[in-house]
Design a protein around this ligand. Sequence first.
Ligand SMILES: Cc1cc2nc3c(=O)[nH]c(=O)nc-3n(C[C@H](O)[C@H](O)[C@H](O)COP(=O)(O)OP(=O)(O)OC[C@H]3O[C@@H](n4cnc5c(N)ncnc54)[C@H](O)[C@@H]3O)c2cc1C
Length: 475
Amino acid sequence: MPPTLLWHRSDLRLADNAALTAAAEASSGAVVGVVVLPEHPYEPAILARPPQDGAGTRPPDRTASHARAARLNIVPGVTRTSPRRLGHWLQAIDELGSAWEQAGSALYVLRGDPGACIPALANALGVRQVHTAPCPAFDERRENVAVAHGLAASGGTLHVHDETTMLAANDLPFSIDALPDVFSNFRRLVEKKCRIREPLQRPSLAEMPAALRTMAAERTHATLADGVFAEARAAAQAVDPRETFTCHGGRSHGLARIARWFWQTDCIARYKETRDGLLGNDFSSRLSPWLSTGAISPREVAAEIRRYEVERTANDSTYWLFFELLWRDYFHFWVRRWRGRAFKASGVLGRTPCGSQDQAAFHDWCAGTTGEPFIDASMRELRTTGQLSNRARQNVASWLAKTAGIDWRWGAAWFESQLIDFDVGPNWGNWQYVAGVGNDPRNRTFHVQAQADRYDGDGAYRRLWGTSPTAASTP
Ligand SMILES: Cc1cc2nc3c(=O)[nH]c(=O)nc-3n(C[C@H](O)[C@H](O)[C@H](O)COP(=O)(O)OP(=O)(O)OC[C@H]3O[C@@H](n4cnc5c(N)ncnc54)[C@H](O)[C@@H]3O)c2cc1C
């Protein structure tokens, strides 16, 4: 029987992986993994201009007019990813490769256009079925179409599993197109009507021939030998002395974080009181970098919350972590519901936002040189570490979109580039929410000074990032 392929996207793990389970069932456990890295990781960020009709149903348009239209939408000075974020992914991919080897099979790490790479690999291995589980946003849907098209040419098929969430899409008491407009309505419905499934065990995998494993190792080695990846690894490893939380990509590190934050320190039991923190290791779970690569799954975190509640304590804080994971689910379903509108300036509400494209003001915001100390401290932390607390994200987003009146999509693109936990639905959904074009029924504006007084009353955060008048250093 020919092997099946598991095309990893944001699911860099073997356990609790519905696509892997399906791939293994289809081939008596003979599965090979593949990851495709971008050819040009540091290409400019482009504001998506989705086609008006037939979105995601045609292979990508590569005509010159499409390229010209894309050039007009470049976000000035912003790349699609930063070396640090790419390095974080590489760390997770390294561990994933070892997991495949230990299971007796192999992971191919390729580089280029998935529409060409995946069908070519499938042909080389005699594969008929490719399984994958992306967060199906615009780019991913286009990739799926291109890959399905390429596979069909030699009789192969692509099987897409919608499984990046805690709640299974099939278990929702409504169709994705009828996703409630407001989070609290979503939460009420799913809490009443849905159960969270147990995480799936890793399926047993068949030992693959030594020749195949050697070929995979050689291809992977050749892909990763490029200096661009060495640079990214170095960026992910660099630690700034001001950094309060250092994060290494990969499943074992995500599981170690759960062990520490849940079981060794019991921080989860105080989370509701601490979650608005700005400084330190433990005010929130810090699980988002591993959730975004899929090194750990939200269902695994939910199972750990349940276990903690049975074995230690169940309180408002343990519930609140689950509540935040529901927010994550909501935005994953949201991007599937709204498709191209998730990325449009007018958002899902179709409102006209303040949309200045003042490049100098935007670059001051990115660099942390606006002159507003609380905003600048946050933006310096983001640029230096790739991390930012939820409280700081809300403030800087509100400031850019509402106070400075700059195109919120530029801010979302900067976050996408810089955040090591970038996740398409949570990022673009939260940006729309804060910018007042998304699903916030209250449409609030954060008052920066009041927020600084409340959450950084002693100025420690601003001092650390060199934005207070009494700062010891500036970056
Ligand atoms: C403008 C803006 C952009 C954001 N961009 C991203 C992003 O790209 N990736 C991302 O994972 N989160 C994003 N968030 C949500 C949130 O800020 C982060 O998930 C959180 O700060 C991560 O830290 P943590 O893991 O310690 O979270 P915790 O507070 O410990 O929460 C646990 C988990 O719940 C989920 N979660 C928490 N808050 C939210 C939220 N508001 N929306 C969706 N999921 C949530 C995350 O998966 C998080 O890891 C954004 C928020 C804002 C306001």
